[in-house]
Design a protein around this ligand. Structure first.
Ligand SMILES: Cc1cc2nc3c(=O)[nH]c(=O)nc-3n(C[C@H](O)[C@H](O)[C@H](O)COP(=O)(O)OP(=O)(O)OC[C@H]3O[C@@H](n4cnc5c(N)ncnc54)[C@H](O)[C@@H]3O)c2cc1C
Length: 328
């Protein structure tokens, strides 16, 4: 009697982005057996593997190694290929291929976009001067630390949670520090006026000067292409050699837009409750995704999305990340 041999063709799953959520997805995929059937190719543009971005500010005390989720530099599964320091520059959905910045083309059967979000930098004059920074990656913090060595005053544009965290970092780096917030109070999304006033008192005790109701009109040039200060609407300019933008984040959905995937009105890749985009072969998770049209600037919803995509790949009953959020 001839035996029957079961063969499973291995398929390729490409993950774009090795940030907090992309990493959680890969980990869950390994732990839950996705790599029994799938080869994973994980492509990240940052020069290092995923790290704890939530704890980013502690980089100044503990260094990059302590923050890393993958200190060994590779996943403990030979079926996962990790490509770092390489952006994905294009996506051909018809051919099911991604194009890397190196020119390499990678075929996929399924694709997971985990490209996160980027800081919003308002389009004001001087935003690109030497000495103007954002606060998102270890490289940003390395650059801020380097600039702080020769600076005396720093200013943060944006008095939300992240702006205050950045301001605290500037104080730790020894700079006289200002926070400039356009709204009439700090943390305008979370706090009412009295709570905002209390927070200002606390923050000022830490040595930060708070300017609320202050609109930044420009980053001033010191005359040599470096930051010299912040110009404010109807108020005196603040001299500063270091400026940090912390004026909110925007989902990084450009790849998806260019490839014709549906995006939400306010940005973010539209996904259904299984985190599928308008192309069933493509999922999106984390801050780049907008389930029901809304993006979440927090890590926990992204982790939940990562698990939901693993469910979908394993072909189980399929859990829903946001059953009450239909695609808009
Ligand atoms: C200072 C700071 C403090 C924070 N504190 C908190 C907190 O207390 N609580 C909380 O819930 N959240 C916090 N957050 C937000 C949290 O870090 C994010 O929610 C989380 O990182 C989202 O994970 P993600 O994988 O979606 O995005 P990211 O972690 O940003 O990862 C996306 C990755 O994709 C890469 N990428 C983008 N485009 C491409 C491309 N074309 N090709 C290849 N790679 C690409 C990016 O370089 C990045 O490495 C904080 C963020 C910061 C900056």
């Amino acid at each position: 009697m001839r035996g029957t041999r079961m063969t499973h063709t291995r398929r390729t799953l490409v993950v774009v982005g090795n940030g907090m959520v992309g990493h959680r997805f890969v980990q869950a995929a390994i732990e839950r057996g996705v790599t029994e059937r799938w080869d994973l190719v994980v492509i990240g543009e940052e020069p290092r593997p995923a790290y704890d971005r939530v704890a980013l500010t502690s980089f100044f005390e503990v260094g990059a190694e302590q923050l890393s989720f993958l200190p060994g530099g590779a996943y403990d599964d030979p079926r996962v290929r990790l490509v770092l320091d390489t952006p994905v520059t294009g996506l051909d959905r018809k051919a099911q291929q991604v194009l890397l910045g190196t020119g390499e083309v990678v075929d996929y059967d399924h694709l997971v976009l985990a490209t996160g979000a980027g800081p919003f930098v308002p389009p004001i004059p001087g935003k690109d001067l030497d000495g103007a920074f954002v606060y998102r990656t270890i490289e940003d913090l390395e650059a801020i630390r380097e600039a702080a060595r020769t600076a005396t005053v720093g200013a943060v544009i944006g008095g939300g949670l992240l702006g205050l965290e950045a301001a605290n970092a500037l104080v730790q780096l020894g700079l006289e520090t200002h926070v400039v917030e356009m709204a009439p109070r700090l943390m305008p999304v979370q706090l009412d006026q009295p709570a905002g006033a209390t927070l200002v008192r606390h923050i000022e005790k830490l040595g930060v000067t708070v300017h609320t109701g202050a609109a930044t009109t420009e980053v001033q040039d010191a005359g040599d292409g470096t930051v010299g200060g912040l110009g404010l609407k109807e108020a005196e300019a603040i001299p500063a050699e270091v400026v940090v933008f912390s004026a909110g984040i925007r989902p990084r959905d450009q790849l998806a837009r260019d490839a014709g995937l549906d995006v939400a009105e306010r940005g973010g890749i539209l996904v259904d409750e299984q985190c599928r985009t308008s192309d069933p072969a493509v999922f999106a998770i984390g801050e780049c995704a907008a389930p029901g049209g809304r993006m979440y600037g927090l890590v926990a919803p992204g982790y939940a999305m990562a698990e939901v995509v693993v469910d979908a790949l394993l072909g189980g009953p399929g859990s829903s990340w946001a059953p009450t959020c239909p695609r808009s």
